[in-house]
Design a protein around this ligand. Structure first.
Ligand SMILES: Cc1ncc(C[n+]2csc(CCOP(=O)(O)OP(=O)(O)O)c2C)c(N)n1
Length: 327
């Protein structure tokens, strides 16, 4: 697979205004997650954290094609999806700080982020765990005759789970309005995809079910947006589910603190130089230093404000620890 950044020669198909707004949103997610890493290393945050540096274009490109009452389900690597679907940085940061003001009232943390108000059915620590619920949500939209769609995000590793195959099978059989977005970052934890699956072309996973499939360069946000527009329109029009494969790269470890000894020497540096969706879009738009600094300042202010909001939040009471525990 080619890793070179090909300079986009065709004129952009989206307006400059739209692309600038994509750039702003991706930068906010990037700086937010870098801040999360920083606060985790400083000992402010507990738990286990997975960030999605490098994968922002998939989350933003797909979520921008959704309506507010469409729903998503995410994975253990969920911050970018949550922000792109409309969760506020304050609600997310407060959750990571374990505060009542967090999206899951401080009971969930990074892998259990829920926000029904923005159509977020939740992050999920179980690999492949979000897919069955998305089929159920899509089935309910179909049965009620609602023009809504349900979108599952998951990694390449998840395509090896039984839940993935069962979900795609039923989704196609029942022709539900679902889009399955595979963020193929070429690794499952420390295992490169060629060591965990016998095929390289992930679109073939969809062939087994006769499902419509779209494959896209996940580092090119304009391409992601256009591919997602096609995929979501297909599902919304009642033509059945779609498997959307976004080929992307994780420009960091599997988890915060991962020494990444499993990567070939030089891989990370090369990927950061050639596969970062943010400089790629900045270059396409020709954003000058002055505009970039202003953008950075805006984003920084939002991220810092979220940290202040989270720090001054309310700690859950120890006596409420078993609230909402049913089993
Ligand atoms: C059912 C299940 N099996 C194993 C794990 C341990 N685990 C956590 S993340 C991960 C890798 C997932 O890889 P992928 O789906 O490609 O997502 P990525 O981490 O690349 O975003 C594994 C195996 C788990 N959480 N759930």
């Amino acid at each position: 697979m080619s890793r070179g950044v090909t300079k986009l020669e065709q004129p952009t198909r989206l307006s400059r205004e739209t692309l600038v707004s994509f750039l702003e949103e991706m930068l906010l997610i990037r700086r937010f997650e870098e801040k999360v890493e920083e606060r985790f290393r400083a000992g402010d945050l507990s738990g286990f954290l997975h960030v999605a540096l490098g994968q922002e274009a998939v989350a933003v490109g797909v979520c921008r094609t959704l309506e507010s009452d469409d729903v998503i389900a995410s994975t253990h690597r969920a911050h970018h999806h949550c922000l792109a679907k409309g969760m506020t940085p304050n609600a997310l940061m407060a959750e990571l700080y374990g505060k009542l003001e967090g999206c899951s009232r401080g009971y969930g943390g990074s892998m259990h982020l829920y926000d029904l108000a923005t159509g977020n059915l939740g992050a999920n620590a179980v690999v492949g765990g979000g897919l069955p619920g998305i089929v159920g949500a899509a089935l309910s939209f179909q049965l009620r005759g609602e023009p809504r769609i349900a979108v599952a995000f998951f990694g390449d590793g998840a395509t090896n789970t039984g839940a993935f195959h069962e979900s795609l099978n039923l989704a196609q059989l029942w022709s539900v309005p679902a889009v399955f977005v595979c963020e193929n970052n070429h690794y499952a934890e420390s295992t490169p995809s060629h060591q965990h699956m016998p095929i390289t072309d992930l679109s073939r996973r969809a062939e087994a079910f006769g499902m419509h499939c779209v494959v896209v360069d996940g580092q090119d946000i304009e391409a992601v947006y256009l591919a997602a527009t096609e995929a979501t329109a297909h599902a919304r029009a009642g033509n059945g589910p779609v498997f959307l494969v976004a080929n992307t790269y994780r420009l960091t470890g599997h988890y915060v603190g991962d020494p990444q000894v499993y990567r070939p020497k030089g891989e990370l540096r090369e990927l950061r130089e050639t596969q970062d969706p943010i400089p790629r879009l900045r270059e396409l738009l020709g954003v000058d230093e002055e505009s970039w600094s202003a953008l950075e300042a805006d984003v920084k202010a939002t991220v810092e404000a979220s940290v202040e909001f989270a720090k001054s939040g309310t700690d859950p009471r120890p006596e409420d620890a078993l609230l909402n525990v049913y089993a």
